[in-house]
Structures are given as structure tokens and as C-alpha cells.
Design a binder for this molecule. Structure first.
Ligand code: ADP
Ligand code: ASP
Ligand code: MG
Length: 435
């Protein structure tokens, strides 16, 4: 049996947690390939190495580089406390030089996992594989899954064990490219596929995937089994325990993901599979929510009779490189819901101007501070009354629903509420569906 294990930032944060990771790995010899994240927070308010690396990229031409100083301190203390025989100062120096001469922040960010994997390979006495050699992106920066899979399979075929840094790979010119934040989860999936693993264990700091965010709901009910599709819906909408794109490499070969707690290894965690069988009848599997959305509302009388109206609006977004989340429509109204991160600088102003010019509306209104909440469950399809329960719960707690959208798969209901109502709404929905 082959198990690929990915350990997140909290599992790699300090000597104590790293020793716990070693214990987990050594307790099962099937755990042969390990993907590690960069050291995360040791306590609330602490720095994540990846955040410090992005900051040190911004400080690279300054006289003082306080962020890189903190990074050095963290790695040196890990190596010292674990009494490792590795020239970490040399590797830190190389990283520092590389950050000063690199043109993108991706190189800087990737050094967190690179250094962590070097250290961890040294601890286990296993071979270190630089992810840049096996995980490939094309010249546009898009992940090249097939080239990667060929390289990973070839490299792991005769390897007994290996440690690989998560989060990054390289482009054809050798430049380092990272996945989006939280992307070590994707690396774990890629390695699991390439190693033809029987299972992909994703080790973190909670007992698996919960029915709601444990930072909002105290001790939420854990989910035993989840489908790939449900996982994607929940994690895209804020259940950050696993990256939403981490299912893609696994779909081909149907490899299950097991989310486990490094600090409570006896807990069986959550298993995520393609087909959940009878469990698929559950009405609601989980609830997740995220703040920071913006809605652009467009009103024009007789909009319904105007051929190509929606196309004109969507073209404006496309021409400005803005992707959209939802498009709720009425007879004379249409809204586009956009992640606020897409509207940096004067983008918002530009979009409104261009929408006005190309559609000649009666009115365009931008509203910010919108939060979206997804109520997800495969069993929702063709069952009556789920939306009624959602409305009822929110009405009881006096939450105004600003938008509603049901995915065409009938696997989710998305509602929009004011950001200030996000927590209250999740509590209300959790009580309705799980208490
Ligand atoms: P790692 O560093 O191991 O990758 P992350 O911080 O990325 O860990 O993900 C784990 C965190 O996700 C948990 O500590 C928890 O606070 C948060 N989280 C958000 N939603 C959920 C959920 N539905 N179930 C479990 N954890 C969740
Ligand atoms: N270290 C990276 C981040 O903080 C990747 C990861 O942890 O998955 O986003
Ligand atoms: Mg993570």
C-alpha cells in the first residue's frame, strides 16, 4: 500500500509539532511520500513564514529586511532545537540572494516550502525532491497536469521514500511559479496521483472537515464522508481546510483524501471520495461562508426584450480581466457578484463606466460588504423545502437576504447577506440543519 501524506503549516510550525509529524510518519511504513508546507503560526498572532516571504520580497531593495531576519530566526531555531546536521545558513543565504535577484514574488514565497522540505528530508534521512524539477507550469503560468504527471511518476517509480515541498513548481524557462494560497494541498494530490497512491492523507490541525467553520461554531459536527464535489463547493466558499482545486489530480484515478489531525492521530478524520453512496441522501452536508464580495446591480426597463444584454455586461468584465461568481437576474434587473479582490485600483469605476456606455441602463448601483454563504448537500436535489428552511432560519434571526442563487447541480444554495450578518447567519443555519 502507498500513502502520500501532506502536512500543513501548523504541523511544521516548531520543534514539538515537527516531532509529532515524525511520529505519525514512523508509525506506518506505508507513509512513503511526504509533502510539507512552510512553517505556520505557533500561536495566535504569530507570523506565517509564507506571509513573511511575500513581505521580504517587497523589502528586497531596502537597507533593512526585518521580515527576512524573522525568517532566518525561525529556521535557525528549528535546526538548532532539533540538533540537525544541515548547513541551514547556506540555504538561507541562497534564498536571500535569490529573492533580491528574482523578478516575481513567487520565487520568494516558494522558499518557505523548499527550506522546510530540505530540513524535513534531513530529519527523516529520506531523499529531498525539488518540486521545481517535477511540477510544471506552461509559459502562461497554467499548471501542466500531464507533463507533471509523467515527471512525477518517473521520478517516484523507483523511489522508496521522498520529501517534497508543497505549493510551487516551475515554468519552461525555469522560473518558479506557485499555486494560489493554500496550494500545498494541490501538490499533495499531484504526488498522490503520480505515486499511484492508495490514499492521500492531508494532515492538519483539526479532526477533519466539519459541518461548519470551527472558528465560528464551537465543536461543529465532523463530516465522516464527503464527496469531491461537495468538498469543492464548501472549500471554494471558505471552508479553507483543503484547497478547492486539490480534487482535480485525484479524479482521474479515484484516490480518496483523508483529512486528519496531526495532534490527534487516532481520530479517523474525514474521507473524501468521488461517490459517497448512500450518504449522498443527506440533505445538507455542510455550510461555509466568505466575506468580501461586491454586487453591481443594473436596472433597465424592458431588459428582458433586449437581445444580447447579458452578453454586453459580461464582455465588459471579460475585457477587464474580471471573473464573476454569480449572476442573479430579474425581468428588468441583473446583478453581477464579484470577489472584491478582483476590483483593485480603479477597476470598479472603470467597470461601471463601461457597463453604462455599452448597455444604456436606467440605473447602476454598486454595493460592497457582501458575504456569500453556501449551504451544500448532494441530497438537496429534487427534495422539497430546503430553501424554505434557509429562509425560515434567517428570518428568525432577522437577517436580510440580499441575494439567492441555486446552483444548477441542485447541490447548493448560495445566499448573499451583509458582511456584518455573516457569523449570525452561519450560526442560524447551523442550528436549523444540525442541531
Ligand atoms: P494547514 O496549515 O494544515 O494547511 P489550514 O489553516 O489551511 O491548515 O486549514 C485548517 C483550518 O481550516 C482549521 O484550523 C480551521 O480553522 C479552518 N476551517 C475552516 N472551515 C473549516 C471546516 N469546515 N472544517 C474544518 N476546518 C475548517
Ligand atoms: N505556505 C503556502 C500558504 O501559506 C501554501 C500552503 O500552506 O498550502 O499559502
Ligand atoms: Mg492549508
Amino acid at each position: 500500500m502507498i500513502k502520500v501524506c501532506k502536512f500543513g503549516g501548523t504541523s511544521m510550525a516548531d520543534k514539538k509539532s515537527i516531532e509529532q509529524v515524525v511520529k505519525v510518519i514512523r508509525s506506518d511504513e506505508d507513509r512513503r511520500f511526504v509533502v510539507v508546507s512552510a512553517p505556520g503560526k505557533r500561536f495566535s498572532g504569530d507570523d506565517k513564514i509564507t506571509d513573511l516571504l511575500y513581505q521580504s520580497f517587497n523589502e528586497r531593495f531596502d537597507d533593512r529586511q526585518p521580515s527576512f531576519d524573522k525568517i532566518k530566526e525561525r529556521y535557525i531555531s528549528i535546526v538548532k532545537e532539533l540538533a540537525l546536521d544541515i548547513d541551514i545558513e547556506k540555504y538561507l543565504y541562497e534564498a536571500e540572494q535569490g529573492i533580491e535577484s528574482s523578478r516575481t514574488s513567487d520565487y520568494a514565497a516558494s522558499r518557505g516550502e523548499y527550506l522546510c522540505a530540505l530540513i524535513f528530508a534531513n530529519i527523516l534521512g529520506w531523499q529531498f525532491i525539488d518540486a521545481a524539477d517535477i511540477i510544471k507550469f506552461n509559459s502562461k503560468g497554467q499548471f501542466d497536469s500531464e507533463t507533471t504527471n509523467d515527471l512525477v511518476s518517473a521520478r517516484l517509480k523507483d523511489a522508496n521514500n521522498a520529501v517534497i515541498g508543497g505549493f510551487y513548481g516551475s515554468m519552461p524557462d525555469g522560473a518558479i511559479k506557485t499555486f494560489s494560497r493554500g496550494g500545498s494541498d494541490i501538490t499533495g494530490s499531484i504526488i498522490a496521483r503520480g505515486a499511484k497512491a492508495d490514499i492521500y492523507e492531508n494532515w492538519t490541525d483539526v479532526n477533519g472537515f466539519m459541518t461548519a467553520d470551527p472558528r465560528i461554531i464551537k465543536n461543529p459536527i465532523p463530516i465522516d464522508v464527503l464527496s469531491y464535489d461537495e468538498l469543492r463547493e464548501l472549500s471554494y466558499m471558505g471552508a479553507s481546510v483543503l484547497h478547492p482545486d486539490s480534487i482535480f489530480p485525484l479524479r482521474y484515478s479515484n484516490i480518496p483524501i483523508n483529512v486528519r489531525n496531526t495532534f490527534e492521530p487516532e481520530n479517523k478524520g474525514t474521507t473524501i471520495v468521488n461517490d459517497v453512496g448512500a450518504m449522498g441522501a443527506r440533505l445538507v452536508t455542510g455550510i461555509a461562508g466568505k466575506a468580501g464580495y461586491v454586487s453591481i446591480f443594473i436596472k433597465k426597463s424592458m431588459m428582458n426584450n433586449e437581445l444580447g444584454f447579458a452578453r454586453k455586461v459580461l464582455s465588459v468584465l471579460e475585457n477587464n480581466g474580471v471573473s464573476l461568481e454569480h449572476v442573479p437576474t430579474g425581468i428588468d434587473t441583473m446583478s453581477v457578484i464579484i470577489d472584491g479582490n478582483e476590483l483593485k485600483g480603479d477597476k470598479e469605476h472603470k467597470l461601471v463606466e463601461e457597463i453604462m456606455a455599452s448597455t444604456g441602463p436606467d440605473r447602476v448601483e454598486v454595493s460592497k460588504n457582501l458575504a456569500l454563504i453556501a449551504i451544500v448537500g448532494q441530497g438537496m436535489a429534487e427534495k422539497i423545502g430546503t430553501a424554505a428552511k434557509v429562509f425560515n432560519a434567517l428570518c428568525k434571526h432577522e437577517v436580510n437576504i440580499r441575494m439567492i442563487d441555486q446552483g444548477s447541480s441542485e447541490m447548493n444554495i448560495i445566499i448573499g447577506v451583509a458582511e456584518s450578518d455573516l457569523k449570525k447567519s452561519i450560526v442560524a443555519l447551523y442550528e436549523e440543519f444540525f442541531n
